[in-house]
Design a protein around this ligand. Sequence first.
Ligand SMILES: [Zn+2]
Length: 90
Amino acid sequence: MTMTAGLDQAQTDASTMHTEAPPPRVRISWVELTCLPCGEVAGYIENERLVRPVYPGGIRLERGRPRCGRCSGLLFSGNRGEANTREAIG
Ligand SMILES: [Zn+2]
């Protein structure tokens, strides 16, 4: 039947996996983390769980709370927004 033929084709042609397009709309809700003593943006929280420093070691987690990697100051959440790509954050 046609169903069987389609399955066989999918199994043998593994390269088609790579052509699968990602979901068209990836929403990243981000929050800016600013260090008050440094006066700089230390990084961002993406989707309320992924912490992404703007430079390596920029954010340390202490008991689940983000702290500045430079001065150990508490980080304040600043601007927030939504983006479709990481490049659009900030
Ligand atoms: Zn700091």
